[in-house]
Ligand binder design. Sequence first.
Ligand SMILES: C[S@@+](CC[C@H](N)C(=O)[O-])C[C@H]1O[C@@H](n2cnc3c(N)ncnc32)[C@H](O)[C@@H]1O
Length: 505
Amino acid sequence: MVQLSSTLDVVRKSLNGATSRKERSKIGQFFTPAKIARYMASLFQQGRREVRIFDPGAGAGVLFATLIETMIAKKQHPHSIIVTAYEIDKGVIPYLKDTMERCRMICMSAGISFRGEIRDEDFVAAAVAQTDEGLFAAKSERFTHAILNPPYKKINGESVMRQLLYNAGIEVSNLYAAFVWLTVRLLEPGGEIVAITPRSFCNGPYFRRFRAALLGMMSLRHIHLFESRKKAFGDDNVLQENVIFHAIKETEKPENILLSVSNGMDFDNITVRTVPYDRIILPGDRDAFIHLTVSDEDSCAMERMGRFTTPLDKLGVEVSTGPVVDFRARKYLHKLPDKGTVPLIYPCHFKDGFIQWPMESTKKPNAIEASPHTKDMLVKAGYYVLTKRFSSKEERRRVVAAIYDPNLIGDSLVGFENHVNYFHDKGKGLAPNLAKGLALFVNSTLFDRYFRIFSGHTQVNATDLRKMRYPTRDQLIRLGSHVKNHMPDQDTVDTILKKECENNG
Ligand SMILES: C[S@@+](CC[C@H](N)C(=O)[O-])C[C@H]1O[C@@H](n2cnc3c(N)ncnc32)[C@H](O)[C@@H]1O
């Protein structure tokens, strides 16, 4: 017999063909492939007799249908299944109805009582009303299983949706987090959720309240990540930005969390690790970051980074994004240095750990006029540590740092372009050896690996760098004494870090 999930995969492909990627992304519509749906369904702890499944943003219904299929295939299957699905797109409702009908039929053949309800309305508004504990709130059902691939969409700060959520005590900047948060509220005690979402909630600064709510209400049991061994673009690359997680509604935390990784959608070859809960969510971490340590090397990096406890502000160091947005400042930019201009620094000026300027071969401008119009974009020349904000997935390192040495460049002011972050001391340069030591630390393999555990995306944001912990000032200065006019090679950088900061404290 053809599996329902396989039939739905055909539906998914035709729906994907019918609407452009751009249109689908407007409403956060990406349909889950059957392989992923089957894996997600397999993560639930089975065994309930009466099942109430919830699928908000159901699309054509692949997720709940696959879960039902998985439950029926078990020896001990449920006696009754109730499904509630929300979907706002009128275009997919006929497919959803069809899936619901097929589910009714397969349940009937298996002797399971079935009831399915499709709600073609905005899930957020409906759920806020249902979970509102106020006097006039509608008393609503609670679910035993929630399976979802929520829409990914920024929620505008001024929007009605943001206000509605805020009034319900939900502060999120993306619709996917609102979907998960509301869904969790709708679970009965002991109820389970399996969701595929972007991994940005694990460390994003805007997801702090979401993490606190999720980890407060739920016991996180399993997180699955995708890696891609292929260099090519495609579904796998998109997948890498996502995680699947399984959690149970209970306040007691588990001792361990399962962390698994598959190469794209190859779920037959999964690597699974059991990691202590407090290695993933560090006790006392007010940000409640979720550290995705998928290998022994990652665990080792976590442990080693644990020795560095100095926050940037204790070092008297700040980090900011370069203030020169080139397309806004276009009329002040010059290809090459000229009278009345000062250096303008882009990532293309990074060379062997130092800023090499000017760079005649680059298409980017090398200079910016110093005038009353640009004065707020410029800083006094001094020792700064710069990092690139963007790297490609294929690049060996995620974090790349270079030192701005004023003696090698020789102007009184400098502009840092928006594609770089810069470490500074209240807008001014740093002590030379502190800058050099900081650049060495940031360029170490350890820092790069830890950063990848911490952040799934290829951007290196100033906020992420602010959240990291660093060696003490003395240690950084000692590290800096090893850097002369170029950054040592990677092995030497790593050896210096070990020798100066780890072997002798
Ligand atoms: C990422 S897709 C996933 C679809 C389906 N669950 C799957 O896995 O294939 C999210 C779905 O949520 C729907 N959606 C977006 N905003 C919604 C809202 N406010 N209320 C209900 N559904 C919504 C979209 O139309 C889309 O079908």
